[in-house]
Design a binder for this molecule. Structure first.
Ligand code: R5P
Length: 292
């Protein structure tokens, strides 16, 4: 048996399988049974390495359930293996990394304590919303990026004089990183979010450098699609050509995909941190490098 096990949580089965193959680890699946009262019974199928186990589980909806499952898998792995690495490709709650309004709980602080006490000695995440979320951990942390993998995908498309655009100033570095690898220009729009309603508005005034050009909107995640829809409507008014979206985590809540397409987006391309129709970019190679 390999001295490395990859434990695949239900939300990340394909990614875990690709990762196990790449790092030549023994793949251990998990089975979940839900009792009538809503409790989960989690069972690992297979033998774990005594040396090192890697738990792979994204924390997307149902977020609280998947969080508890991830912690349970880590805890079980720690009973058998002396080292447990938690690979959380999509880290739910990462946007709750500071107190925006008085009284708000910084949930990332709570998560940091939970991961540590469950037995993880290192945590690997992919394009976490902000690195601030990782500063609450006292175990080793590593954030890897899906941007080079997303860029490779876009290099194979024939785009018309493309320009990379971030829907907000917070995503400036991400857009620049994408554009540098893609060898194109980039700009960042000005977005304002109402902290109470969550509604977003684009504040940028007219920009003429996008007229007739294809646009790649780059973001870390799409949740309701509000940011992408507002940005697309603005860019279309500015007379750009096609709008493509490149994002790491496509949550696509409440029919967001349909709404985004209706706003005029030609294609949404996302990573397999969240498996769905748009997740055509595999990040297992990038995660494997962070493990080695
Ligand atoms: C915000 O700062 C993030 O980078 C995303 O733009 C945002 O979380 C996406 O959420 P939604 O799709 O609901 O606008």
């Amino acid at each position: 048996m390999s001295n490395l096990s990859v434990i695949s949580g239900k939300p990340s089965e394909d990614l875990a399988k690709c990762l196990a193959k790449r790092i030549k680890a023994n793949l251990v699946k998990s089975e979940i049974r839900i009792f009538p009262d809503g409790e989960s019974k989690i069972t690992l199928v297979g033998k774990l390495s005594k040396k090192k186990s890697i738990v792979v589980q994204s924390i997307y909806p149902p977020v609280d359930t998947n969080l508890l499952h991830a912690l349970s898998l880590i805890s079980k792995a720690k009973e058998a293996s002396s080292q447990v690495i938690a690979v959380i490709p999509y880290m739910g709650y990462a946007r709750q990394d500071r107190e925006f309004l008085p009284g708000e709980v910084i949930t990332m602080k709570v998560l940091a304590k939970l991961f540590q006490s469950s037995g993880a000695s290192k945590i690997i995440v992919v394009d976490i919303h902000s690195l601030i979320g990782l500063k609450y951990f006292s175990i080793k942390t590593k954030n890897v990026t899906a941007i080079p993998d997303l860029v490779e995908y876009f290099k194979n498309l024939s785009l018309k004089n493309p320009i990379v655009i971030s829907p907000d100033q917070g995503g400036k570095d991400r857009a620049k990183q994408f554009a540098d690898k893609f060898e194109s220009e980039w700009i960042a729009l000005e977005k304002k979010r109402d902290r109470k309603t969550g509604k977003v508005k684009i504040k940028t005034k007219d920009i003429d450098e996008i007229i007739g050009r294809d646009v790649i909107l780059v973001d870390d995640m799409i949740s309701t699609g509000g940011s992408i829809i507002e940005a697309t409507q603005f860019l279309k008014k500015q007379k750009c050509n096609q709008v493509y979206v490149a994002c790491t985590h496509a949550l696509l809540m409440n029919g967001a995909e349909k709404k985004i397409k209706k706003a005029g987006v030609t294609r949404i391309v996302s990573a397999n941190t969240i498996p769905n129709k748009t997740s055509v970019v595999d990040v297992s190679k990038t995660i494997a490098k962070a493990i080695e």
